[in-house]
Design a protein around this ligand. Structure first.
Ligand SMILES: Nc1nc2c(ncn2[C@@H]2O[C@H](COP(=O)(O)OP(=O)(O)O)[C@@H](O)[C@H]2O)c(=O)[nH]1
Ligand SMILES: [Mg+2]
Length: 290
């Protein structure tokens, strides 16, 4: 798993040291706790994982750390593993999140991802807050030779979404990807705008498979949890796109979010290129850690 090399580099070293201990004693568990906290798993996920791990070691009569490593992996995988309904079409994906987390980039990558699967795709530039936002999305649309629905800067974001859905219905397009504006400093407006977009989708396409993803920057660490809380209040989020996993040693936030919000990571961003988005696989991720 070259994608997560930074996380692996940091985590595998500490974990390796922890597991060189002779006994599963208090000192071992303290060191393990420290290792998990250092990898940004947060207090809640760390204590859940350790508790579960202790119980299972006892249950299986495991005495030596070297015999317990696979068990820890298994517990960590289970803690972030969710049953996710496969997509059906027409499919609508809306991304939300604060500025700079990589929403627009994720839409660009998702567009290619679905196009590569032979799906017809249309993009909705519902970040009407900045002129540059639609231009940026246009570049991504051109890169994959896809249609983009956009309006003037400052226009109603929900109207862009309405038009994109109408266009998709008229043309029988299978996938609609909705980019949105992210700005915490104007939370009230953001809340209204997102809620309105959400209502438009639900009203116009009640039959469609509709997924709402919060986009997070893995390098922000535990801060990501409060972002999930803030957006989850506005619209019910179905999952996470966790970006910039290529640039951080702190990917443990995946576990923290799972422990605190029970929200699955669906995709992860591992770079700035069009193919740098991969479906999140808990087992591969944990195997890549240590
Ligand atoms: N290294 C890395 N950079 C990313 C990733 N995703 C996005 N970025 C960069 O993050 C910056 C902000 O991205 P953008 O999509 O404009 O964020 P938005 O404000 O949420 O729409 C850009 O410079 C992107 O190239 C990723 O997975 N890895
Ligand atoms: Mg953007």
């Amino acid at each position: 798993m070259g994608f997560f090399s930074k996380i692996k580099e940091a985590f595998s070293k500490t974990i390796y040291t922890v597991f060189t201990a002779k006994e599963l004693d208090d000192e071992f568990y303290e060191d393990l706790e420290y290792a998990l906290i250092s990898a940004d798993l947060g207090a809640e996920a760390t204590s859940q994982i350790i508790e579960n791990f202790k119980e299972k070691c006892y249950e299986h009569k495991i005495k030596k750390p070297e015999d317990a490593k696979e068990l820890l992996k298994q517990i960590m995988v289970e803690s972030i593993d969710y049953e996710i309904e496969p997509y059906s079409y027409p499919l609508i994906i809306l991304v939300a999140g604060v500025n700079g987390v990589g929403k627009t980039t994720a839409i660009g990558k998702l567009a290619r991802y679905f196009k590569n699967q032979g799906k017809s795709v249309v993009l909705a530039a519902a970040d009407t807050f900045r002129a540059a936002a639609a231009e940026q999305l246009q570049v991504w649309a051109d890169r994959s030779d896809l249609r983009l629905i956009k309006h003037e800067e400052g226009s109603d974001a929900a109207a862009v979404v309405y038009d994109a859905l109408a266009s998709a219905k008229a043309k029988g397009t299978e996938v609609v990807l909705i980019d949105t504006a992210g700005r915490l400093q104007n939370k009230k407006n953001l809340m209204n705008e997102l809620a309105k977009i959400n209502r438009v989708v639900e009203k116009e396409c009640p039959e469609a498979d509709y997924r709402t993803y919060i986009v997070l920057d893995a390098t922000t660490g535990q801060n990501a949890i409060s972002q999930v809380e803030a957006f989850d209040e506005i619209i019910d989020m179905d999952g996470i796109i966790l970006n910039k996993l290529d640039g951080t040693a702190r990917g443990g936030v995946v576990f923290a979010i799972s422990a605190e919000r029970e929200l699955p990571v669906i995709f992860c961003g591992v770079g700035e290129g069009v193919d740098d988005l991969i479906p999140f696989n808990p087992k591969d991720f944990v195997d890549g850690l240590f």
